[in-house]
Design a binder for this molecule. Structure first.
Ligand code: ADP
Ligand code: GLC
Length: 487
């Protein structure tokens, strides 16, 4: 089947979070199942730089409001070898060639014209379903997160105008908290029929919401874990959209993300000082010693390291970690973190590390290779999120024999099984806590430490963790079933 994945980032070319990992891994997994998959991406510098065998599909003439100022806008097609996928790329420098990030400038200020930048993405997706490329048109549009939320909306508008089914649509929520909301007066810029404004459309509490548009108009909705699919139908995690999600419950499902074994597997990971697998963990000890050394931590094989790799935002529960840090160190842990994000959090972690450099190490910034070395060299990985649609780092932890300590929420609840006396010999793969408090986090870390002091039991759980399989083929099979249903 011909499937167009519509998204704003893709690993390894452009990544701000797990969305890019998914966008990079899903197309090859679908292709392995016999599907013809292309992606549609905005022409950010890193994407254009990675595009090869490029041809111009056409110049773009979107609705008047979606204009990008001076300069060209055209649709390119080519291959992104780094991501191993064929791609349409919207070359509109007035929109996408900017020095900051994909969504915000270097000062973290969202671009004022994001509704246009990502409106164009959705519009082009729907045009591709109407024959914009005379040689290829998709049977299914699969749109990811608010950036692509208007793809199903423009598609619906086109189908209504032509009284014809053009393609099916699937919309995947990776994070309901980011909704792409804009002032109402921008609606006319999008060139959508007037009836698309309103409660039965893209209006959300008086604003224009790309997320709402996708949720309202896509044929099927998914999110990235079964538990999050349930949680977002309730007021606490629904971000105001739970009512709509409840009315669409029959069309909503949770499909767990996988782990890309070509990127995240300790047996073949060229970024590590030594590879290892569950039959021979000597390489993991090498990774640990190298990590302690490089971070200036006391080099001691007996001292367990708990790590974090994360965006530093409210979602991730890191203020609990700041509160618990003295307790974790007193328990005997070394703590090592890689992250970037909110300035106050960066400063707080930097201060904590400066106060106890032999036990606490903090690297600020975005560093893909170091993320691999950190997860490989640590004994445990901490993910205490307030909410977590899926979460990937706990999956990487499992694969690398780095036991996850997670809060029981979203995808974390679906992927980590707590260690108890009665689960030790059966299901245990990590440590799970419920309350969103520093005390609960610390208590879980204490249980992990107690297990670590019993090497045979630790090895048992670690071996089971490493045997878990979160492969993309399983996820791709579930998406495939949805595609068949909507095509
Ligand atoms: P989210 O998408 O909410 O940020 P996920 O756990 O799904 O959370 O995905 C995060 C991805 O980003 C993982 O691949 C993780 O390794 C990576 N990551 C997060 N922060 C950093 C960082 N500072 N440096 C390198 N990789 C990071
Ligand atoms: C989002 C979520 C994260 C998920 C990722 C990929 O960024 O916060 O939980 O793993 O998308 O689906």
């Amino acid at each position: 089947m011909r499937v167009l994945q519509v998204c704003a980032e893709i690993f390894p070319l452009l990544k701000t979070g797990g969305l890019a990992d998914v966008a990079g891994a899903l197309p090859p997994a679908l292709r392995a199942r016999g599907h013809e998959v292309r992606v549609l991406l905005p022409g950010f510098g890193a994407i254009l730089a990675g595009l090869e065998s490029t041809v111009v599909v056409c110049d773009l003439y979107p609705p008047a409001g979606l204009s990008w100022g001076a300069g060209r806008a055209r649709l390119l097609f080519g291959r992104l070898p780094a991501a191993d996928v064929d791609a349409y790329v919207i070359d509109a420098p007035g929109f996408y060639a900017r020095p900051g990030g994909p969504y915000a400038d270097a000062q973290q200020q969202a671009y004022g014209d994001n509704h246009l930048r990502f409106g164009l993405l959705g519009w082009v997706a729907a045009e591709l379903a109407q024959g914009m490329d005379p040689y290829w048109s998709p049977a299914v549009l699969h749109a990811h997160d608010w950036h692509a939320g208007l793809a199903p909306v423009y598609l619906r508008a086109a189908q209504q105008a032509r009284h014809q089914h053009l393609a099916g649509s699937v919309f995947t929520v990776h994070n309901l908290a980011y909704q792409g909301c804009f002032a109402a007066h921008h609606f006319p810029d999008l060139g959508l029929p007037a009836q698309f404004w309103g409660v039965e459309g893209v209006e959300f509490h008086g604003q224009l919401s790309f997320m709402k548009g996708g949720l309202y108009h896509a044929d099927r909705l998914t999110t990235v874990s079964p538990t999050y699919a349930r949680e977002i139908q309730g007021a606490e995690q629904g971000c105001g959209l739970d009512g709509l999600l409840r009315t669409r419950a029959a069309d909503l499902s949770g499909i767990l993300n996988g782990v890309d074994g070509a990127v995240w597997s300790p047996a073949v990971d060229a970024l590590l000082p030594a590879c290892y697998d569950r039959d021979d963990l000597s390489g993991k000890a090498v990774c640990k010693a190298a990590l302690q050394q490089s971070l200036g931590l006391a080099v001691d094989p007996a001292r367990p390291i708990v790590c974090i790799v994360s965006r530093l935002t409210e979602q991730k529960g890191l203020h609990l970690v700041l509160q618990a840090l003295p307790g974790l160190v007193a328990q005997g842990w070394q703590f090592a973190m890689l992250g970037s994000g909110d300035a106050w959090m960066e400063a707080a972690f930097r201060d904590a590390a400066a106060a106890q450099p032999a036990s606490i190490a903090v690297r600020l910034g975005y560093d893909e290779p170091f993320a691999h070395r950190l997860i490989a060299g640590s004994d445990a990985i901490l993910v205490p999120s307030r909410f977590e649609p899926c979460g990937l780092t706990q999956l990487y932890g499992l694969a690398y024999g780095t036991l996850p300590i997670v809060r029981r929420v979203g995808g974390l609840a679906d992927t980590v099984a707590d260690t108890q006396l009665d689960t030790l010999d059966t299901t245990a793969t990590g440590f799970v806590f419920d309350a969103f408090t520093a005390d609960a986090l610390q208590a879980a870390a204490a249980r992990a430490l107690a297990l670590h002091r019993r090497p045979a039991d630790w090895a048992l759980v670690r071996d089971r963790a490493m045997r878990q399989s979160f492969d993309w083929d399983a996820a791709a099979a579930q998406y495939e079933a949805l595609y068949h249903a909507v095509a």
